[in-house]
Design a binder for this molecule. Structure first.
Ligand SMILES: [Zn+2]
Length: 274
């Protein structure tokens, strides 16, 4: 090995996040060609892939694809810091009580489980060691992603992490807005406003569109597409400064959380050499 090859390798080994041996022309799997992808993986420059997952479902006055747009933007923001590539967003998922709303599109749970399982397996087969799912949609989807991620980890000897970003950062919601959030509430509205303000429509909003789920009541379909986590809290404020602050802090925190998990997997030597 020449000195020129050895030095970057040593730097990368010492600090997997801070120094990259060679910057890829893009971090999006959709945009990389097979030749460059092969070079990246053979050099071992990049071990992590971020996988945005979501669904199409109603979101108050936000886009129906908000659960796709948020993790997709987050993955693009975090990829350089985490030295990761970004898989194409899995834009279809499954929805329960919102399924009757116009524009909703839900596939079955069984189909979803098979779909994500084969995609995660394909990412492992392509050589990624860390498969990091940034999920934008809750409900039953989280449980499916989590059990598939566990199976894939065991079967392919890879490290997997499934994150529900709005939940992992809920303390930031309290700090920025002074109260709890909601589905299509202050927190999610702020994130989408930060990335696609032209597709957020406050002129269509009324507080009557928002409600909290009530203990002892189970309406199907649920009549409101803004679901407050707690009664009386989480109404969107559409304030661009709140949106910018929330976006930045959530991304920073998600970067910290993912980075810390990878650092501890590395420390433990988990699946090094598979
Ligand atoms: Zn959502």
């Amino acid at each position: 090995m020449s000195l020129f090859r050895l030095i970057p390798a040593l730097l990368v080994a010492a600090s997997p996040f801070a120094v990259e041996a060679q910057e890829p022309t893009t971090r999006q799997l959709n945009l990389l060609g097979w030749q460059e992808f092969s070079e990246i993986m053979e050099r071992g420059d990049i071990e992590t892939v971020l996988v945005p997952t979501g669904t199409l479902e109603p979101h108050g006055v936000l886009p129906n694809g908000s659960d796709n747009l948020a993790p997709q933007a987050m993955a693009a923001e975090l990829a350089p810091r985490l030295n990761a590539l970004v898989a194409p967003t899995l834009n279809y998922g499954f929805t329960g009580s919102f399924a009757a709303f116009p524009g909703n599109l839900s596939i079955s749970e069984a189909t979803y489980e098979a779909f994500v399982e084969e995609i995660f397996a394909g990412l492992a087969a392509n050589g990624f060691l860390n498969i990091i799912v940034i999920n934008g949609h809750g409900g039953g989807q989280t449980a499916v992603l989590s059990r598939v991620a566990e199976r894939i980890s065991q079967e392919h000897r890879v490290r997997t992490l499934v994150s529900n970003w709005w939940s992992a950062t809920s303390d930031i919601t309290f700090e920025v807005f002074g109260e709890d959030g909601g589905h299509a509430g202050n927190n999610e509205s702020a994130y989408i406003q930060a990335i696609a303000p032209e597709h957020v429509h406050p002129e269509r909003y009324s507080a009557d569109m928002a409600e909290a789920r009530m203990a002892g009541i189970n309406a199907y379909p649920f009549p409101s597409s803004i679901v407050l986590y707690q009664e009386g809290q989480g109404y969107p404020d559409f304030d661009p400064e709140d949106a910018a602050e929330y976006f930045e802090r959530v991304n920073e925190r998600m970067g910290d959380l993912i980075e810390d998990h990878i650092r501890r997997w590395n420390l433990a030597g988990i699946y090094r050499g598979r």
